[in-house]
Each structure stands twice: as structure tokens, then as C-alpha cells.
Write a protein that binds this ligand. Structure first.
Ligand code: SF4
Length: 330
């Protein structure tokens, strides 16, 4: 049996029941794919339903305020995903008369959409034969076809994409891509893949050469950068100051208490609360210092005086919500 037939036969018996399965609306496929880029299915499931509930179509997303989009996204992390989707929805309204583009190149040109997402939308919504190559697919192709080079090299990913282009089912490209995603996520997993009950067992290069634990080969990631955030929480009656992060940095356009960033944990005051957030290339050490004052300091640019009770209305990163949770229990 051809690779695609074996893969799809496995999928028909094992596919995951997900809220976006069977969906042909490119907008909803797009939302699900963007959410799943950095999020586990279990967590993504609720966010997907909430996102679609708030913004059921491109027009609703384009017309929403960015702060509302970030608020609905709050807790999912990687907030540039939400900002880019919002910008792309506006682009679809202005450049494509509100209709989701139906060619791979046009989809790829939208903000925040890379080759993987463009292929997923093109194949599932429009039946175009583009393979969606993500970490799962890189792993199964490396193992089954014996790609023994470093998969962090673009040339190696290109080789894997070429193999997928040869193997994709041209009549059912969307099913092929979803089958590959599920096979990688559920069966040929990074650790403890189910080789004993695998439909590819006899032909799998990794299995036949005792390389299952070795493939795919990835060079070590660069070390994460440590950053030290010191937040000044000014309280005067029920008023406080928050500021908007406007720089091209993590958490852009989200809100926080006035921040001082330093090169180390050393700071003149003692924090009332500390936490750590691990991002893809950064580790944030966050410390909060509460200052009860008669008069709030004069807010600088990007800062606003608000009623403390209104703070929940602002989109905030996780470190902030953790601190607010701590305050609520004091
Ligand atoms: S035999 Fe093992 S390594 Fe090969 S495809 Fe199957 S599960 Fe993956």
C-alpha cells in the first residue's frame, strides 16, 4: 500500500474528535491552526470555542478592537499570534473584499501565516495539494524515510517537504495532512512511539535500524535569556497606575504595572510576590513591589491611572494575572 493510503487508513480508525474537525470554513481552520501552533490541544479546545464565539467570522474579528482580541486570547501566550490574526482579518476585508483568499500564495501573504498554516488551510478548506510540515510531520518522515541530518537546517526541512510533496494524496490533501498531524501527535510520538502496533513497522527506516530514539536529529537549542522584571504597584485608595507595553518586545500592547527591567535579581526593595514565566527563548523573573501612597506619581507616557477594580478589563500577561490572584487571597 502507498504511504498515503496506509496513513489515511490509520487515520480513519484513530482520528481525534476535535471541535474543528470536518470544518471547511477557512476562517475557522485558520483560527484552529494558529491556536494549536504553540498550545496543547486540550487547552486550545476551550480557547478555540471562545474565540469563535466572540469573533464568528473574518468581519467580526476585523471590526473588533485589538484590546478585545488580546483579552479573549489572554492566558494562551505568544500574543503576536492574536495581533497578527487581527491585522490579517483587516487585510482580508480591505484587500480581498472580506472573502478568505483561496490560493496558497495569497493565504501565505497574510500577516502571521507561514508555510505550514498556509498549507493546512489550502489543503483542508480548498483541497489544494500542499503538505503541512510541522514538528510532527518532520518526525514521522525522518523516521520512516530515514532522514538522518539535522532537522533544524532549512535544507533538511526542504528535503522532508519534497518527500511529502511526492507522497501527498492529491485527491485528499486535507485528509492526508490531518492524518499526518494525528499520526505524529498520537502514534509516532517523540518518546515511546507505538512501534509494536505500527502500520509502517516493516518499512520504517528508524525501526529497522534501531534509530527510533535518535531520529529526528536536532542540534541543541540556544540557551534561554534570563530577564528580570520589577513591577511597582502603586496603590492610592482604589486607584493604581498601569502602563501599556508598546515596544517591539514580548507582550506588545498588553498592560502591566510600571516596570523596571534590570540585569539581575538584585533590587533595592523586597518583593511581596515573585514568579517566573518560561517563554520559548526567555525566562522572565518577575517581582512585584507594593507601594501604598497618598498620591500616585505622575503617570508618564503610556501610563494610565485606573480604578483597581477595572484592571481585569485590560489584557495582561500571565505574570500579572498570577500576582492579581495572589493579591486576591491576601
Ligand atoms: S515504527 Fe515506530 S518510529 Fe516507525 S513510524 Fe511506526 S511508530 Fe514511528
Amino acid at each position: 500500500m502507498a504511504f498515503a493510503d496506509t496513513l489515511i487508513a490509520w487515520y480513519e480508525d484513530h482520528k481525534r474528535d476535535l471541535p474543528w474537525r470536518g470544518e471547511s470554513d477557512p476562517y475557522k481552520i485558520w483560527v484552529s491552526e494558529i491556536i494549536l501552533q504553540q498550545t496543547r490541544v486540550q487547552q486550545g479546545w476551550d480557547y478555540y470555542l471562545r474565540f469563535i464565539d466572540n469573533f464568528p467570522n473574518v468581519k467580526a474579528l476585523a471590526e473588533a478592537e485589538e484590546e478585545r482580541v488580546l483579552k479573549v486570547w489572554q492566558g494562551l501566550g505568544y500574543y503576536s499570534r492574536a495581533r497578527n490574526m487581527h491585522a490579517a482579518a483587516r487585510e482580508i476585508m480591505t484587500k480581498h473584499n472580506g472573502t478568505f483568499p483561496d490560493t496558497y500564495d495569497k493565504i501565505l501573504s497574510l500577516k502571521g501565516i507561514g508555510a505550514y498554516t498556509a498549507a493546512a488551510i489550502s489543503s483542508i478548506a480548498f483541497h489544494l495539494p500542499y503538505p503541512a510540515v510541522d514538528g510532527n510531520v518532520i518526525r514521522i518522515i525522518s523516521r520512516i524515510f530515514g532522514v538522518c541530518e539535522d532537522v533544524s537546517q532549512p535544507a533538511v526541512v526542504k528535503r522532508i517537504t519534497d518527500i511529502c510533496n511526492e507522497q501527498i494524496d492529491r485527491d485528499r490533501p486535507g485528509v492526508f495532512n490531518q492524518a499526518a498531524m494525528d499520526f505524529g501527535a498520537m502514534h509516532c510520538t517523540p518518546k515511546n512511539p507505538q512501534c509494536e502496533e505500527c502500520p509502517f513497522q516493516s518499512e520504517c527506516y528508524a525501526q529497522n535500524n534501531q534509530l527510533v530514539d535518535i531520529l529526528p536529529i536536532k542540534k541543541k537549542k540556544a540557551e534561554s535569556k534570563h530577564r528580570y522584571f520589577h513591577y511597582s504597584v502603586y496603590l492610592s485608595g482604589n486607584k493604581t497606575i498601569i502602563e501599556k507595553r508598546t515596544a517591539n518586545d514580548i507582550w506588545k500592547n498588553m498592560y502591566q504595572f510600571p516596570l523596571t527591567e534590570t540585569d539581575s535579581d538584585v533590587f533595592p526593595d523586597t518583593p511581596v510576590f515573585s514568579t517566573r514565566e518560561i517563554l520559548s527563548h526567555q525566562i522572565i523573573h518577575a517581582h512585584f513591589y507594593v507601594n501604598n501612597v497618598k498620591r500616585l506619581p505622575k503617570p508618564s507616557e503610556n501610563q494610565t491611572v485606573i480604578c483597581f477594580d477595572d484592571i481585569e478589563n485590560y489584557p495582561m500577561p500571565k505574570t500579572m494575572t498570577l500576582f492579581l490572584g495572589y493579591l486576591a487571597t491576601r
